[in-house]
Design a protein around this ligand. Sequence first.
Ligand SMILES: [Zn+2]
Length: 348
Amino acid sequence: MEPGEALRVLEAARAGGLEAIAAAGTLEELEAAKVAVLGRKAPFTEVQRSLGSFGEDDRRRIGRVANEVRGALQAALEERRAELARIEEERLLRADAVDVTLPGRRPRSGSLHPLTIVERDIVEIFTRMGYRVAEGPEVEDDWHNFEALNIPPDHPARTMKDSLYIDVDGLLLRTETSAVQIRTLESQPPPVYVVAPGRTYRREAVDATHLSVFHQVEGLAVDEGLSFADMKGTLEAFARAMFGERRRVRLNPDYFPFVEPGAQVAVSCFVCDGAGCATCGNGWIELLGAGMVHPRVLENCGVDSERYTGFAFGMGIERVAMVRYGVSDMRLFVEGDVRFLEQFQGAA
Ligand SMILES: [Zn+2]
């Protein structure tokens, strides 16, 4: 290569290189431009490689120009690289930007299960009256579930309730929360005022009004001088708190082994106010069973039945929820259908 040609190649490399660098629109394009102007096969590099073939003066002159050209190209590369990085960052920021003018998406919120709402309400009404919450195991023994409740082995009540027995002798899934009455009386002396909400189990064919796993709230009051009138007044206060101030209760004689006398308690219908409608039929809604605690039950728990009297009541939470919300099929409570459950959002 002639020295004159080498100088022309260098100037062309400078001009063409600066142009290519300025034209690079991305960091990738810039990298390609760098290879083209300063890479192993670039004309600029060829000139450098041939410097040794020139005489000393030419070599010095051409070498100086080559250094200038490389410096100019490297400076231009750096400048363009910084510029492209800034542009890229701005692009990313714009892509990530939140558009505050878009309408919001409302998150779906959960809600309490209707049975939970009803259970909490029942419990709250009684705790306001001074009752405390008692609990017992769902797997019970024969004593607490039957015998202590005045239901001896040959009693027809045992066949009336189709119990679910465990593979351990004498154990079963409790058929009612009444077992908690016994556990409470065994563990503390009167006065006793408790409500016991919980799950109960029976071998039932499941239909619109029966479940094999259901919920009850049991109530027990044992004190000196408690009478049938106290029971009626308590249940009336409950019915009013639950279903409205104008409710009345009606008691019809009924039989449960662990109370004497026993009663079926009905509440005047809160839909028709007792006139009769589709919800109630005859103006009354049967809500729960109740009665004065049988003296033998008190004695079974070591409570002096001469000194203390008491009353007990039990109600099905599903039943109360059906009445309250106008639900005609009990199975809806356990099927987990969101379309059913979300209707209770905000209910209380
Ligand atoms: Zn009615």
